[in-house]
Design a protein around this ligand. Structure first.
Ligand SMILES: C[S@@+](CC[C@H](N)C(=O)[O-])C[C@H]1O[C@@H](n2cnc3c(N)ncnc32)[C@H](O)[C@@H]1O
Length: 292
């Protein structure tokens, strides 16, 4: 499952093979499993849009609900997972905190075992982040691995899921139905969900890249009916079909990807959304889709 070296510009994921034909290899990244993804889509671009106190506000202190459990789907080699962990716990470089894993635990999964191995090796917070190889679309393994993790904490769902720059790869490889099911599983597994969908222009770039490498087109690219404004499409599926509501949009990255926070409607009945989050979002003009 080797992936070619990758660089990107202008928000469109692009292989280095496109830039320098001499390094062209017969292995694009069919699942978005680029070996150095964070070099061209750095975590900081996303983090600067997310309030560091977000999780503390969404999940106010209570020993019964500790630690906060997060699921990072499509974690690649873990750079964004670690950055999110540090960001939400306000940890600085080189700093470790003995209480950190009691505050927040992330289960991070990726389909590519080589990336997962690297993530495990390089993780500075092995007590707070667990990395596993998992094809999230494989129902049997997903059920076994996720339940086994959750049961260690006596839980049946995650507090929050992170789905960052993954939806396009699921969509291209599994079609409209696959994307719909993927979002269904995530919404049933997570009380809150932070999604960073890739815009449609990235789909075209990914398909073009594969053609340039002389590889097979994505099975589903030409038959996708869900297309166009992908952020709105995903908002529609999660809110109309999967019982979630849009809490806010934290803004757009340099790559024109929006960061959308959802939560299950059930959670809304028992835990109102913190007013401070709403006000802050309004002030920063970041809440575009508030309760459509
Ligand atoms: C473009 S990278 C995004 C990495 C990271 N989330 C970020 O935003 O920095 C997409 C990741 O999703 C993973 N992925 C794609 N399909 C997957 C699947 N079915 N199950 C688990 N991971 C998958 C890829 O291997 C790849 O590492």
């Amino acid at each position: 499952m080797a992936a070619s070296t990758e660089q990107a510009t202008g928000g469109v994921e692009k292989t280095a093979a496109e830039e320098k034909p001499r390094v062209l290899e017969p292995g694009a990244a069919p699942f978005g499993n680029f070996p150095h993804y964070s070099r061209f889509h750095p975590p900081e671009q996303r983090l600067r849009l997310l309030p560091p106190e977000l999780l503390r506000r969404l999940f106010p202190q209570s020993s019964e609900t500790r630690p906060i459990l997060g699921l990072d789907v499509g974690c690649n080699s873990g750079d964004l997972s670690v950055a999110l962990y540090k960001h939400f716990l306000s940890l600085h470089d080189g700093e470790t905190c003995s209480d950190a894993s009691r505050e927040l635990h992330l289960l991070c999964c990726d389909i590519d075992p080589v990336l997962v191995e690297r993530a495990e090796k390089e993780c500075p917070f092995p007590d707070g982040l667990t990395f596993i190889t998992l094809d999230f679309m494989n129902q049997r393994t997903r059920k076994v691995l996720l339940s086994s993790f959750l049961s260690q904490f006596g839980r049946s769902v995650f507090d929050i899921g992170f789905c960052m720059s993954v939806t396009m790869w699921i969509h291209l490889n599994h079609g409209d139905q696959g994307l719909w099911e993927f979002l269904a599983h995530l919404s049933s597994l997570c009380r809150y969900l932070l999604v960073e969908p890739q815009p449609w222009k990235c789909y075209r770039a990914a398909a073009r890249r594969l053609r340039k490498l002389g590889l097979h087109d994505f099975d589903h690219f030409r038959s996708l009916a869900i297309q166009g404004d992908m952020a709105s499409q995903i908002v529609h599926i999660l809110t109309q079909d999967h019982g979630m509501e849009l809490v806010c949009c934290f803004g757009n990255t340099n790559w024109d990807r929006s960061l959308l926070l959802f939560r299950t409607k059930q959670a809304t009945e028992t835990h109102p959304i913190p007013e401070s989050l709403i006000e802050e979002g309004k002030e920063r003009n970041r809440i575009r889709f508030w309760r459509q």
